[in-house]
Design a protein around this ligand. Structure first.
Ligand code: ZN
Length: 412
């Protein structure tokens, strides 16, 4: 088997790894880089037999539009729906790729390759690692994963019953040189949200990805405990609808105490695409809340809406402090608006005297200790760092490490 990391050996995001046998070539992920200095990939020149997408984060799938549309793209079905949700609510066209759905722990074939997806705990839903077998070799690609989210049992299971005889493990290392100590688990995040809202005298805003389902559950549970109403935007409500495909224990707009704040622009997107959204638009009317209802008693609400919080935070800056609970990676706050939409406005809340800025976030990625447990269970003959800025540190932490540079050919 021949292997080339097109990108991702020495950076976080933008991962793309190519595996080839004599007759078949597959790509693992085809992501948009997170760093502006990252090199470009000439995706149109790639002619793989298939692309496997580990999970619906931009830095893992974001370049599939540049791919020849006839190339099959394998992904979890929920993950595909979540990608569509963002495209539609941002007003972008849906991808025209040839999507095929896989299911966790059910192997499938692409030419010489047999692939088994392993559902994983990550800040994106429907995230997978892959066991890839061909020509008598066994490769495991970790994707992005962690051991401290609401699906940590998936990590426990793979440690108890790991895939054996792994020749090569590609393992992410986002958290090398980053700490998760302040909020080691999602439960700790939930507790901070709860403490922030329970005695609030004005509205709270939660700034989080609407696709971080663990975080939405934390917000929902905090609201229940504190007797507050969780207000979500149309985008978040639509994201939650998608989870009905896989679970009946994820909150949605029909659950108490959830209400929808329908902004004009998001409502227009629904109107424009009745075939896509079906009766969702009609259905959500029963769960709407209006601005004047919120303004009458703002202390009753926690607002979560990634795409619309800017519209309304200013409305509530009064004599009573408004809580802005920042619930994603702090590093985004030093980004410019070009790198991360809204970063500058959010960063300014930190110094705004009318805002009580609260940080509450746990990483989507495994800590170094959990990475060591994972590598120790899989016992690969070779461990290659990917999705990390500190590949050179792997040798001090793990066994059988081989550092491979982008574009270097590796014969397995
Ligand atoms: Zn991810």
């Amino acid at each position: 088997m021949k292997i080339i990391i097109h990108r991702g050996a020495q950076e976080i995001g933008g991962t793309c790894i190519q595996l080839s046998t004599a007759t078949t070539t597959i790509l693992l992920d085809l992501g948009l880089p997170l760093s502006a200095e990252s090199k470009n990939l000439d995706v149109a020149s790639f002619r793989p037999d298939a692309v496997l997408i580990s999970h619906p984060h931009q830095d893992h799938f974001g370049l599939i539009d540049a791919l020849d549309a006839s190339v099959p793209v394998y992904i979890g079905e929920l993950g595909k729906h979540l990608i569509d949700a963002t495209r539609m609510l941002l007003g972008n066209k849906l991808h025209v790729n040839d999507f095929r759905y896989f299911k966790s722990w059910q192997h499938f074939s692409v030419g010489d390759f047999t692939i088994t997806p392993y559902l994983a705990d990550h800040s994106a839903a429907d995230a997978y690692g892959f066991l890839i077998e061909a020509e008598g070799k066994r490769v495991f690609y970790s994707g992005d994963f962690r051991a401290h989210g609401r699906k940590s049992v998936l990590f426990d299971n793979i440690i108890k019953n790991p895939p054996r005889n792994i020749d090569l493990l590609f393992m992410e290392g986002t958290m090398l040189e980053r700490s998760n100590d302040q909020f080691p688990t999602e439960k700790a995040v939930e507790q901070r949200i709860y403490e922030t809202i329970k005695d609030q005298r004005n509205i709270s805003f939660l700034i989080s990805s609407s696709q971080n389902i663990d975080r939405i559950v934390s917000a929902y549970r905090s609201c229940k405990r504190a007797h507050k109403t969780l207000v979500i935007d149309i985008y978040t409500a639509w994201v939650l609808e998608q989870f009905k495909l896989v679970s009946d224990s994820v909150p949605n707009m029909e659950w108490e105490p959830v209400k929808i704040y329908a902004s004009y622009s998001q409502n227009e997107k629904l109107k424009k695409h009745p075939d896509f959204f079906g009766d969702f638009r009609k259905h959500l009317y029963g769960y709407r809340i209006h601005k004047d209802e919120i303004q009458a008693k703002p202390e009753n609400y926690l607002f979560l809406g990634k795409m619309s919080h800017f519209i309304i935070i200013d409305l509530y800056k009064t004599a009573k402090l408004v809580n802005v609970i920042y619930s994603q990676w702090l590093g985004y706050l030093s980004y410019s608006n070009n790198e991360y939409y809204g970063a500058e406005a959010i960063a300014a809340y930190r110094n705004d005297p009318q805002v009580n800025f609260v940080y509450a976030h746990t990483s989507g990625h495994a800590t170094v200790t959990d990475l060591q447990t994972f590598a120790g269970a899989l016992k690969p003959k070779m461990l290659v760092p990917v999705h990390t800025e500190y590949g050179d540190k792997y040798r001090d932490l793990f066994c059988n490490v081989k550092i491979v540079a982008d574009n270097q050919i590796l014969d397995l």
